[in-house]
Structure formats: C-alpha cells, structure tokens
Write a protein that binds this ligand. Structure first.
Ligand SMILES: NC(=O)c1ccc[n+]([C@@H]2O[C@H](COP(=O)([O-])OP(=O)(O)OC[C@H]3O[C@@H](n4cnc5c(N)ncnc54)[C@H](OP(=O)(O)O)[C@@H]3O)[C@@H](O)[C@H]2O)c1
Length: 325
C-alpha cells in the first residue's frame, strides 16, 4: 500500500492523494487526545495534508489541530495545513459572510494563533462572496501570501466562472493566482468536478482537494438500516444531513455497490474512496474519521484503486445510474 503525492494542479506543492480533515469531528466528536491518535495514524500511512477551517467548531478545530501538531512535533516541512475563511466568528458586519480585505487580514491572524503556526500552506475562500469585488479578495489573498502567512491560496465551492474571474485578475495584475478549488466530490455529487470545471484543468492548471468522499458516511453502508448511535447522522445540530443519509433510493444504490465491493474484496468505504482517487484531476481526496479503525480502513483504499478497471468503473456507473448531481 503506497501513498502517492500529487501536484496541486500546476503548482509545485505535492499533497498526499488521501488527506485528512477535521469538519464535524474535532471539537464535537473528537478531543485533542483522540485527534492526536487519528492524525498520527494518518501521518504514519503517508498523509501529509491536514485540512481545517476557521468555522469548524468555531475555532476549536484549529485549536485542537494546533495542540496536536505541537505535541507530535513533526518537522514543519513534512506536512501541509490549510484553513478557510468566509463565515467568520462573530456576527458583526465585517466578520461574517464576507471575503472583504478587513475580514481576511484579521482572520488569518486568528487562525495562525489557534493553530500555533507561523504560516498555513493553503488558505481557501470557503465560499464566494458576491457582495465584495473579486479584485479586493484577490489582492487580500495576495497580501496574505506576500506577508508570509500562507503559501498558496484557493477557493471552495466557487463556480467555474468565479474561479476564472479571480485567476484573470491575478494574471492581469501579476498577483498570486488561486491554484486549487475544494469542491464536494463523491459518487452522488459529480457534475461540477466532471463537467463544469473541465476546461479549468488545462486552461488554469487548477488543482482539486475534494471533500465528503463518503457523503458523510452514506457510502459506507452504515445508514442502510437507519441512523446508528454515535454516527454523524445522530449528532445534534447536524439534522440537515440526516435526510440525505437516510434517503431510501440512495441507500438502495449503496446496496447495489456492496456487490461490487464484495467482488473486489474491499469495503464499501474503500470502493467509494478508490473511485475518487481514480479521477486524475483530483489532487487529494480529503477523508474524515472519528476512530483510528476508520483511518486504517480508509487508507487501504490506496490498494483498491488499481483494481478499479474500466469494466469495474462501468459497473459502478451502472449501479449509480443518473442518481447524482
Ligand atoms: N470545503 C468545504 O466546504 C468542506 C465541506 C465539508 C468537508 N470538508 C473537508 O473534507 C473533509 C472530509 O469530509 P467528510 O468528513 O464529510 O468526509 P466523509 O468521508 O464523507 O465522511 C467522514 C465521516 O464518515 C464516517 N466514516 C469515515 N470512515 C468510515 C468508515 N470506514 N466506516 C464507517 N464510517 C466512516 C465518520 O463519521 P461517524 O463515525 O461520525 O459516522 C467520518 O467522520 C472534512 O473533514 C473537511 O476537512 C470541506
């Protein structure tokens, strides 16, 4: 089982093809001690990219990751850390739902303090802000990088048109360009990555770090008989995920995928992760986990990916049909 390191699009930075993120888990399901075990297991399997965001558990996720990084004391050159900005931490006008210059320059200070780092490797605009000129945001990201507080910047859940607009401004003004987008990508959510963004890979050299490869756990098969206690679907405050997780039609498709996983001698989670890995435009598939056993199971998707021949991919497509957006 070998971890490969893929370029972040056309950028020089290399990220492990499977990475590890902290959404929902850190601060809600996982404390510092458990996070240390999870990150150490991921790192031992070759993961070099750890994804975070200011909004995750309202700063607690960054605090936990910062404490773990300090305890584990890996050489800084060996890992890549990200954060993301948009929603803000408070409700005042310049600290919520914005990508304005004041917020972004303030936000990076807070994140670095919580992460106990001098710089983050990647900083993402977590959503687009149609109320701030893209040019103002591009300048702010350029200035964050120029100040040495981040090395690269990117976007998350931006449209192809918005990404191209930011890239064109940076190109015209000789500013740092966005090098990566972070979209959702899994067997039930494919169109943006496979269709809308298609011209951007060759034109801009855009890299992708993709999220929710297991559709929050749906693609493990654990929701086929309802919501298991202790799972993400049972968490208070995440009711918005529950309808999708317990969707009958989707769970019937998961049942069909189970047969394919069985023939490949792997778990459903491994099949779903390996399917994401097969897309060459994906730089890194960001995984999530609440237990070390899940990390161990998920990392073995590396050995399953080569088994996904054209014929297997066709079987997967036939099982999912047109039930994806
Ligand atoms: N940019 C964005 O807007 C955005 C949005 C969402 C996520 N992200 C990033 O992407 C990362 C991954 O997203 P995600 O956490 O939604 O990924 P996911 O792989 O879709 O879901 C991960 C969750 O599924 C369950 N799970 C994982 N492996 C399992 C296994 N082998 N067997 C059974 N259950 C398993 C765990 O939850 P339980 O144990 O609780 O069931 C785990 O926390 C996040 O941490 C974050 O860094 C970014």
């Amino acid at each position: 089982m070998t971890m490969n390191y893929r370029h972040l699009g056309r950028a020089g930075l290399k990220v492990s093809e499977l990475s590890f993120g902290s959404w929902v888990t850190y601060g809600n399901q996982v404390d510092t001690r458990a996070a240390r075990e999870l990150m150490a297991a991921a790192f031992d399997a070759g993961v070099n990219f750890f994804d975070n965001a200011e909004i995750y558990a309202k700063g607690a996720s960054e605090q936990i990751m910062g404490a773990v990084l300090k305890e584990l004391a890996w050489p800084r050159i060996k890992y890549v850390v990200s954060t993301k900005f948009y929603w803000g931490m408070r409700t005042n006008p310049n600290d919520s739902n914005t990508l304005n210059r004041k917020y972004l320059l303030h936000a990076i200070d807070g994140s670095l303090k919580r992460l106990q780092l001098d710089y983050v490797d990647l900083v993402y605009c977590h959503r687009a802000d149609p109320t701030t000129p893209i040019e103002e945001t591009v300048w702010a990201m350029h200035d964050i990088i120029s100040a040495g507080r981040a090395l690269y910047w990117g976007t998350s859940e931006w449209s192809a048109e918005q990404i191209r607009a930011a890239w064109d401004i940076a190109d015209r003004r000789n500013l740092r360009k966005p090098v990566v987008e972070q979209p959702q990508y899994n067997l039930f959510h494919r169109k943006r990555v496979e269709q809308e963004f298609k011209p951007l890979y060759a034109d801009l050299g855009l890299g992708l770090t993709t999220w929710s490869p297991l559709a929050s756990g749906l693609l493990t098969g654990k929701y086929r008989q309802g919501v298991p206690a202790g799972s993400r679907g049972a968490l208070e405050g995440y009711g918005f995920l529950r309808d999708g997780l317990t969707d009958k039609a989707k769970n019937a498709i998961v049942g069909r995928l189970e047969g394919i996983a069985r023939d490949l001698d792997c778990s459903l989670a491994q099949l779903a992760l390996a399917w994401c890995l097969k897309n060459p435009n994906v730089s890194s598939v960001i995984t999530g986990a609440t237990r070390v056993e899940q990390v161990a199971e998920n990392m073995k998707a590396l050995a399953v990916a080569p088994k996904l021949t054209a014929e297997v991919m066709q079987r997967v497509d036939a099982a999912v049909g047109s039930s994806y957006d």
